[in-house]
Ligand binder design. Sequence first.
Ligand SMILES: Cc1cc2nc3c(=O)[nH]c(=O)nc-3n(C[C@H](O)[C@H](O)[C@H](O)COP(=O)(O)OP(=O)(O)OC[C@H]3O[C@@H](n4cnc5c(N)ncnc54)[C@H](O)[C@@H]3O)c2cc1C
Length: 381
Amino acid sequence: MLAARAAELGVEVRRGAEVTAFEQDADGVTVTQADGRRLRAGWLAGADGGRSTVRKLAGFAFPGTDPEITGHQAMVELTGGEKLARGWQATPTGVHVNGPMAGRVLTVQFDGPPADRDAPVTAAELTAALRRVTGEEVTVTAVHSATRFTDNARLAEDHRRGRVLLAGDAAHVHSPFGGQGLNLGLGDAANLGWKLAAVVRGTEPEGLLDSYTAERRPIAAQVLEWTRAQVALMRPRPYERALRSVVADLLGSPAGSTYIARQLSGVLQRTGPAEGHPLVGGQAPELRFADGTRLADHFHRSGAVLLRLAPDAPRADGYGQRVRTVTADCPDRPGLAALLIRPDGFVAWAVDRDAAPADGLPAALAAWFGSPGAPPRPAAG
Ligand SMILES: Cc1cc2nc3c(=O)[nH]c(=O)nc-3n(C[C@H](O)[C@H](O)[C@H](O)COP(=O)(O)OP(=O)(O)OC[C@H]3O[C@@H](n4cnc5c(N)ncnc54)[C@H](O)[C@@H]3O)c2cc1C
C-alpha cells in the first residue's frame, strides 16, 4: 500500500541501490552508490536499519547498553514439535514461544550475546537453542526463515547532523519485546516527513527540523527503557521471576492493564508538555462527526487540518492546502470549539467553547506552518 501510494505521488523507489558514501555541503548531499553512480539531493534521510551506513558515515554518536541475551525467531520444520507447549513459556533456562502459526518458534537465552552476530542462522543452532531452553529433544529439520536478535539498546544522540537525518532503527535499536520498533520508526517518518517537505518547499526555515529530534528522541528513549524492563522481567533467576509475578498481579488489575496498554500502544506519546489546553502536544483524539465521518477520514490528503466545531471558531485564512479547514458538528465533544492538527496527527492548538476569545491560533499557525499567503518556489535540489 505504501509503495502504491508513493508511486501515485510520483516518487521513484530505486530498489537494490546501496549507499556506500556521501558528502554534504551547505546546499545539499552527494550520495555514492555501490555501483559507482552518484546522485545529488537537498537532504539525506538514513532509514537504513540498525546497522545504518548513513549513521556511521555521518558520525552520529550512538550510545546505549550492550547486549546480554541471545534470541532466535524462525519459521522451521521440526521433529518432536508436539512436545512444545503453545504460547510464551518461561523455563529455568530462558523463554520460548511455539506458534501462533505452525512452525514459528522463538527462543531467548540469558547467558550472553551471540558469538558471531553476522553468521547465518543454521538448523543446528536453532536445535541447540530450542533444546537448551525447552529441555525437550526436538530437532529442526528445515529452516524457512530465521533471525538472531539481542537486547542491544542504543539511541542516536541527535537525529540530525546538518543535511543528514536518521529515522527508524537507524536512530534507535532495542530488543523486539513488546513489538514497538516498527511503529516507532513509522512515528519518526510521520514526524519528519511533513517537516522536511515544508523545508524543501521553502514554507518553513531549516530550524523546524530541530523539532524532529526534540520530539522523537524522548519517545524513543522511553521505548528503550520499556524494552530493558521487559528483558529484566524475563530473566530466569528467582529474583526476577518474583518481580515478574508482582508485575503480573498488577497487570491483572484494570488500572495496571490500562496503563500498560496505553503505553505500549503509543496513545500516551506527546510532542511536549500541554500548553494551555490539555489536548495540545498529544495525538488528536478519535472524533466522530454528525455527518458520519471520523477525524481520520479527513487526513487522507497531506497538510494540516483546522477543525472548526463551533460557528465562531477562528479561521486559518491564506494557508491554502497547507492548512485545510474542516467544519464539522461533533456531538460527542460539545465543549470543544476548534483544533489545529498537524499532518502527523498531533494537536498544535486547541480551544474550548467556554474559553476566553481565542488568540493563540495565528501564533500556532506561524510556528508550524509559516506565514499565510502563497508558498515560495521550492528550493533547488
Ligand atoms: C525478531 C524480531 C521481531 C520483531 N517484532 C516486531 C514486532 O512485532 N513489532 C514491531 O513493531 N517491530 C518488531 N521488530 C522490529 C522491527 O522489525 C524494526 O523496528 C523495523 O523493521 C525497523 O524498520 P526500519 O525501516 O527502520 O529498518 P529495516 O527494516 O532494517 O530496513 C532498513 C532497510 O535499509 C536497507 N539498507 C541497509 N543498508 C543500506 C544501504 N547502505 N543503502 C541502501 N539501503 C540500505 C535494508 O536493505 C532495509 O531494506 C522485530 C524485530 C526483530 C528482530
